[in-house]
Design a protein around this ligand. Structure first.
Ligand code: AMP
Length: 279
């Protein structure tokens, strides 16, 4: 497994690959878990070589505390990736990516960026667009793998690829969960023992909301979810929304030809967790 910290040397390696070599790319922020590794496995199956990036992208954090406290486990990450036969790891510094201008570009994602996460994390998707476009330019992957845990992010990246005509196929991969149903996340390691033991409540609530959506309308399901969290001693609901998978607009009246998903963001103390479920 080759490890690069510099753009130039990574690009030299990529240029030296035999013509026709297909590259699968998995961008991550590290603190890897089985969710990330499932993306690597999919990329391995479908491409000649797999490149994983590990980069905690400063421009997508709207909260400095979250950025500073983002877990970093680089040695463990590298040995996991090696054991999964990853070919290339790219671990640049912020300066390598942004030089002395750590700023996002501005994107128009046709309104996808104003829903859900976009309402609560100012500038987040401009940061995501900036880093993903930059990494695509550097790595030039044929296929790039993203997890449905960040479903809105996938739709935004698809939109960017479509609008900018980027020569990359965006592949979405299902959410990996802990045994008790909690969506795997690097941030889970920041939960206290008590919070962690109770955190399956989030997915349990999503599953119950899914059942309710069979017979109730979205605003009744929302009221029920809000009520479930109202008196919860450990978790605070930031948002719950049932939205159209394509437009991410909140559902008004159910249309049987559309696909819907329920999305949730919850605070456990200062740790922010997100999850979603197909309805
Ligand atoms: P992150 O390191 O959190 O930026 O995530 C890197 C990639 O892994 C993103 O495409 C995420 O959606 C994906 N990912 C994170 N957690 C999971 C999970 N539990 N299941 C599947 N994919 C995930």
């Amino acid at each position: 497994m080759l490890i690069f910290t510099k753009i130039k040397s990574l690009q030299q390696e990529i240029k030296s690959l035999k013509d026709g070599t297909t590259i699968g790319f998995v961008p991550t922020m590290g603190a890897l878990h089985e969710g990330h590794l499932s993306l690597v496995e999919n990329a391995k199956k479908e491409n000649d070589i797999v490149v994983v990036s590990i980069f905690v992208n400063p421009t997508q954090f709207d909260n400095t505390d979250d950025l500073i406290n983002y877990p970093k486990t680089i040695e463990k990450d590298l040995s996991l990736l090696k054991s999964f036969n990853c070919d290339i790891v790219f671990t640049p510094t912020p300066e390598e990516i942004y030089a002395d201008n750590i700023k996002s570009e501005s994107f128009d994602f046709d309104g996808l960026e104003f829903q859900m996460e976009g309402k609560f994390r100012a500038g987040h998707f401009n940061g995501v667009g900036t880093i993903v476009e930059r990494l695509f330019e550097i790595v030039k992957p044929h296929k790039a793998y993203f997890g449905e845990k960040d479903f809105q992010q996938i739709q935004i990246i698809r939109k960017m690829a479509e609008k900018k005509n980027l020569p990359v196929q965006i592949i979405s991969c299902p959410i990996h969960r802990e045994k008790d149903g909690l969506a795997m996340s690097s941030r889970n390691t920041r939960l206290t023992e008590v919070q962690r033991a109770a955190a399956s409540f989030i997915y349990e609530t999503l599953k119950k909301a899914k059942i309710q959506f069979g017979t109730k309308n979205a605003s009744d399901v929302l009221k029920w979810v809000e009520n479930e969290f109202k008196n919860h001693p450990l978790f605070t609901l930031e948002y719950f929304e049932i939205a159209d998978e394509e437009t991410l607009l909140p559902v008004k009246t159910k249309n049987p030809t559309k696909k819907y998903r329920a999305f949730i963001a919850v605070f456990a103390g200062k740790v922010r967790l997100i999850d979603n479920i197909r309805l």
